[in-house]
Each structure stands twice: as C-alpha cells, then as structure tokens.
Design a protein around this ligand. Structure first.
Ligand code: NAD
Length: 287
C-alpha cells in the first residue's frame, strides 16, 4: 500500500476509468481520486456508487492540483478534453491516456500539453464488451499488458507511470506509437471488425431465411457475438483513427481469405490442411 500520486484525475468515467479507480483503491495507490464525465447522468451514477472520492462538473476543475491526469474518453473526444484541461494543469504533472490507438492521440493531445507538464501516452490491453461507470472492476488489469509509447517523454515521469501500471496489476512494455498501432490492428482492431461482420451476416441470414442462427449459435459464433457487442462509439473511433494500419491488415486478410476460398472451391484439401496446421502451431506457441 504505497501512495504513488497524491491526486489523480480521471477524465471520462467508463469501463477503463472505473476499473482503474477500483484497482487504485485496492492497492492504496492514490491519495485522492477526482473524476469527471461529460454527461450529468454518468456523474450522478459515479456519485451514487462511490466511484471517485469527488466528482466535478468540469474537466478543468477535476484536473486542478492533480499529479496524474488519465484521459479515459473515446479517441474522438481526446482533442476536446485536452483543450479543456490545458489551462488547469500544474507544473510537473503527468498526463497520460488509455486510448486504443496511439499515433492519432499523440497528434491531437500533444499540442495542448503546456511546458513543464509531461505527456506519456499509454494503452492497457485489457477490456470487456461492457461500458459505462458501473462496468469497472479492480481485477481488469491483472496480468494484462499495458503499452506505453513515451517517444522522448521525461524519463522519470515515464518510469513512475510504469510503476503505477505495475501497481495496478499489469505488465508494462514500451513501444513506438506506429508499431503499436500496426500490432493492435492485427491483434485487436481487425478481429473486432471480423466479429462485427460475422454477426451482421448471421443476422442478415436469419432475416432472409427465418432460421434462428443466433439462438443455435455454437461456441465460436458466441465469441463473435460477445466481441460484436462492444461499444459502438469506441470502436467507430478506433477505425477512424487507425485507418492506415487497419486497411493494411484488412488487405492482407482478404488475400488470405480469397486463397482459402479458392482452395475450398477447388477441393484443395492439402492447402487447407497445411494452413490449419500452421495456425494450430501458432496457438500452441502462445499458451
Ligand atoms: P466507456 O464508453 O465505458 O467510457 C467512456 C467515458 O467517456 C464515459 O464516461 C463517457 O461519458 C465519457 N465521454 C465520452 N465523450 C466525452 C467527452 N467529450 N468529454 C468527457 N467525457 C466523455 O469507454 P471505455 O471502454 O472506458 O474506453 C475509454 C477509452 O479506453 C477509449 O479511448 C478506448 O479506446 C480505451 N480502451 C478501451 C478498452 C475496452 O476494451 N473497452 C480497452 C483499452 C482501452
């Protein structure tokens, strides 16, 4: 139980911020946690369930005197909130974010950070399909990765933020922002898009044939439906802000899909078997 930052401000009070709050409480990591969310309904829920020690009605007010400010809003809102808080940041404070895309966030937040304030971008590779202030839980970050993309940020500020994420339960790595965006396009963004399309196709089929595709869904398809239930605003912003990397991966994905389609049409069992053997060995390598 070591207090790492005397005052932490959470801007946006959804899944990630609420999980961070409960994890901070669990570990005694922050002296005081101040919260802000744009909608008054969210702020009311936060006050009702004791999410944050104090909830403010403006982002700037929440950041006054804060040692660590964590931007936990959808990527499309990062520009507006960083503009709003810029004048309230104290010298020596650290601003970080949890956005799922890094280059676009650096481009919009970076210019608003005043001299003497350190900006260290971050992304916890942890989430669920739930959203909002009631969805968080202290264990969300346990044994998950958090990627920091400091790009020349102050070394002490970065080292302290690394320790903060470790105290929240995560393993921490550092990466170049563009590399992060490409890696996440493969491991998270494109798989989400595929899940959205699979569920869309099943829904179309149900409507056309009146068969109950969703009711009788087996395990694989159920996993797709869970992923496809993720927050539409967050995921819209991910694709709008990681355009080049997701288009690059989607291009490669469709090439592979066409090759498999041809193998099925031509009855090329050898191609299918070789491909599935290769992918099975990848799975066995990660568990
Ligand atoms: P969420 O929808 O649960 O919460 C978002 C919060 O931001 C809500 O409180 C909402 O009211 C608030 N908000 C929206 N627009 C705002 C604005 N203009 N000003 C102030 N507040 C605003 O979302 P979440 O899942 O917690 O995601 C937050 C961030 O974390 C996103 O940038 C997302 O990319 C990133 N992230 C999400 C996941 C995940 O799986 N959900 C995982 C890692 C990172």
């Amino acid at each position: 139980m070591t207090v790492m930052y005397d005052r932490v401000a959470l801007i946006g009070l959804g899944l990630i911020a609420s999980s961070m709050f409960w994890a901070m409480k669990r570990g005694g990591i922050a002296g005081e946690v101040i919260g802000y969310a744009r909608s008054s309904e969210t702020r009311d829920v936060a006050r009702e369930i004791g999410l944050c020690d104090r909830v403010c009605d403006s982002a700037a007010e929440a950041c006054e005197g804060a040692d660590l400010i964590v931007l936990c809003v959808p990527i499309g809102a990062m520009d507006a909130v960083s503009r709003e808080i810029a004048g309230a940041l104290k010298k020596g404070a650290v601003v970080t974010d949890v956005g799922s895309v890094k280059r676009a966030v650096i481009d919009v937040v970076g210019p608003h950070i005043p001299d003497g304030v350190h900006f260290v971008p971050g992304h916890p590779l942890a989430g669920t399909e739930q959203s909002g202030p009631r969805s968080g839980f202290a264990e969300l970050f346990d044994n998950r990765w958090c990627v920091l993309t400091p790009e020349g940020a102050d070394a002490d500020a970065t080292a302290k933020l690394r320790k903060y994420w470790e105290a929240l339960g995560s393993n921490v790595d550092e990466m170049d922002a563009d590399h992060h965006d490409l890696v996440l396009a493969v491991t998270s963004h494109t798989p989400h898009l595929i899940a959205y399309t699979m569920v869309g196709v099943a829904d179309d089929l149900s409507r056309v044939t009146d068969t109950e595709v969703v009711k009788f869904s087996a395990a694989g398809f159920r996993d797709f439906t869970r992923i496809a239930a993720s927050d539409p605003t967050m995921w819209r912003d991910v694709f709008l802000n990681n355009k080049d990397a997701t288009l690059e991966i989607l291009g490669r994905f469709t090439e592979e899909l066409f090759a498999l389609q041809r193998a099925i049409r031509q009855g090329d069992g050898e191609h299918l078997h070789d491909y599935f053997t290769r992918t099975r060995s990848i799975r066995r390598g990660i568990i």
